[in-house]
Write a protein that binds this ligand. Structure first.
Ligand code: MC0
Length: 155
């Protein structure tokens, strides 16, 4: 069902400072930046490695753009740090349905717009051992379907 860790999402207060840290400390470079209005974030994707399913694994740095967004609430409660883990799949709707059948609350009724044109669904952290979990179907992967919501704005 899942073929890679697509990304680890990290909440930060200052995206530019976080990008500078990851570049200076580890040598990671930004592959893509966008604003996702629906999710209330400005984000940067830092590619760590390619994967043998044709995809890749990223660090995703997330800065909130609104006080009422999930990442802003997370920062208020926990401070900066790991916000979620995302698994890659070629069929996000199918994977979400399968996981839902196993008793996990699926937070999105239909896939939504994610980074770089992907389709995403979130699972409730309380049903996933305390880990907010995201399922990601990369843009252009085999079973790509329509996702709900607004497109992000690349910056
Ligand atoms: C909240 N909780 C978490 C958590 N956020 N636990 C682990 N990791 C997190 N990130 C916990 C709270 O501490 C609380 O635990 C319980 O979940 C219920 O939280 P709540 O009070 O209902 O808090 P809310 O209102 O913030 O809702 C939490 C929920 C929400 C996960 C439902 O944040 C959500 O729908 N998230 C999915 C969307 C999202 O996170 N978007 C931002 C990334 P206690 O023990 O106090 O009850 S967007 C993104 O990443 C996109 C752009 C992409 O990948 O392409």
């Amino acid at each position: 069902m899942f073929t890679r860790i697509d990304h680890v999402g990290i909440a930060c207060r200052d995206l530019d400072a976080a990008v500078a840290f990851y570049r200076r400390t580890y040598g990671f470079e930004v592959t893509h930046e966008e604003v996702n209005e629906e999710q209330g974030v400005r984000e940067a994707m830092l590619r760590v490695n390619g994967t043998d399913d044709g995809g890749a694994t990223y660090l995703q740095l997330l800065e909130p753009i609104r006080e009422d967004s999930p990442v802003a609430r997370f920062l208020d409660r926990n401070g900066e740090g790991v916000h979620h883990v995302a698994f890659g799949t070629s069929d996000v709707a199918g994977a979400a349905a399968a996981v839902g059948d196993r008793g996990v609350r699926v937070l999105d009724e239909r896939p939504r717009h994610g980074s770089m044109g992907s389709s995403i669904v979130f699972l409730h952290p309380k049903d996933c051992g305390g880990v907010l979990t995201e399922l990601v179907q990369a843009a252009g992967s085999d079973d790509a379907g329509e996702s709900e919501g607004t497109q992000g704005t690349a910056v």
